[in-house]
Design a protein around this ligand. Structure first.
Ligand code: 3PG
Length: 408
């Protein structure tokens, strides 16, 4: 069901579950949102509901507080930014289902928007206990009064079996929001008969976070497709090939698994591309003497913090004729300039592939933030997903609670 199926929304309270979990820096008194991509992506659905005369009650999480209020996890700064992007006032309630939220939703007129405080200040939101989650879902639903409705639009959180994602939509008339629809449509094209050659670039720190996705990709890919590996996880693969990796990040317990993937790929004619050079430093710092070294000769006293320039060029060449490209996870510690080159090279290669007609998808909070903070234009990519874990779990072929609850 989409918003159209909810019928006339004028005067009705509509709870919208968005993902407003944006990167922030600075002290709680003076926080600064460093990438507002998720806020901007959430606005079209909110605006559409408001324009239909709904009384819009936005709910979201921020960070991972432990079921109780913590100033540094307040959504207040997000409310301010949301109002700016929306170009309309946003009433912020300093609690989620308490008196402030009650007052905020009661005060809404047709087309007005409120944002409630961080859902995760309530233990019921993330509880594994169905009854506890259900009780919190009931409290959220009670805010809506008669005739309320729900719109699931927080794509980045659809893989969480949380009260606002999974339980609320089973209690009131519910619809899928436009952001979730758009995300799913694109991700489907990555899993159902993708145009080939199909190339996937995986980065990020841990192999163990990517096991399911690599496993499923090796099933989906065919001869001639390519899997490019960078980020902290590459060192486990290098070690699995018998190379020393110095002080680099290493998951000893994943070596066997990495060897298994390399063997499976080889057998199927799927190319797994590993860096041939890396930028290695003496410590995890920008000024720790970064040097380009061969990937099979990382000195014992150094750790790799980015893929090297030759590897960046090789990755770009492997993406040049791809017709479908998915990228998740930075190639290096792009937040520090000496280790940003690999991520920049991959972002540029995706932009070039887009211009050459490929479907390119940037998945994930970190890589999406990376392309924007490195100064790339969003329009250079086919799609920038707002979901990190969610897009990976989708590619793993898992059932996502926030989609199944909406019948999507
Ligand atoms: C994300 O940042 O990937 C989403 O907002 C989900 O957050 P979570 O991993 O804390 O559930």
């Amino acid at each position: 069901k989409t918003i159209d199926d909810l019928g006339d929304l004028r005067g009705r309270r509509v709870l919208v579950r968005s993902d407003l979990n944006v990167p922030m820096e600075g002290a709680p008194e003076a926080p600064r949102i460093t990438d507002d991509g998720r806020i901007r992506a959430s606005v079209p659905t909110i605006r559409e509901l408001a324009s239909r005369g709904a009384r819009v009650v936005v709910v979201a999480h921020f960070g991972r507080p432990k079921g109780a209020p913590e100033a540094k996890y307040s959504l207040a700064p997000v409310a301010a930014r949301l109002a700016e992007v929306l170009g309309a006032p946003v009433v912020f309630a300093g609690d989620t289902v308490g008196p402030e939220a009650q007052a905020a939703v009661t005060g809404l007129g047709d087309g007005d928007v409120a944002l409630l405080e961080n859902l995760r200040f309530n233990p019921g939101e993330t509880s594994k206990d169905d009854a506890e989650r259900g009780a919190f879902a009931d409290a959220l639903v009670a805010l809506l009064g008669e005739d309320g409705a729900y719109v699931g639009d927080g794509f980045g959180a659809v893989h969480r079996k949380h009260a606002s994602v999974f339980d609320v939509p089973q209690r009131v008339p519910a619809a899928v929001g436009g952001l979730v629809l758009a995300e799913v449509e694109v991700l489907r094209r990555l899993t159902v008969d993708p145009a080939r050659p199909y190339a996937v670039v995986l980065g990020g720190s841990k192999v163990s976070d990517k096991l399911g996705v690599i496993d499923n990709l090796l099933r989906l890919m065919v001869r001639g497709d390519r899997l490019l590996i960078g980020g902290g996880m590459l060192f486990t693969f290098l070690k699995a090939q018998g190379h020393e990796v110095g002080k680099s990040l290493l998951e000893e317990d994943q070596l066997e698994t990495a060897r298994g993937y390399l063997a499976r790929a080889e057998e199927a004619g799927i190319e797994i591309l590993l860096p041939t050079d890396v930028v290695a430093a003496t410590a995890f710092a920008a000024d720790a003497d970064p040097q380009v070294v061969a990937a099979d000769a990382i000195p014992a006293d150094r750790l790799g913090l980015d893929i090297g320039p030759a590897s960046g060029a090789a990755f770009a060449a492997a993406l040049a004729d791809a017709r479908t490209v998915f990228w998740n996870g930075p190639m290096g510690v792009f937040e520090m300039e000496p280790y940003a080159g690999g991520t920049r090279a991959v972002a540029q290669a995706l932009a070039d592939a887009t211009a050459a007609g490929a479907l390119t998808v940037v998945g994930g909070g970190d890589s999406a933030a990376a392309v924007r903070t490195l100064g790339f234009d969003e329009a250079s990519f086919g799609h920038i997903s707002t979901g990190g874990g969610a897009s990976l779990e989708y590619l793993e072929g898992k059932t996502l609670p926030g989609l199944s609850a909406l019948g999507a």
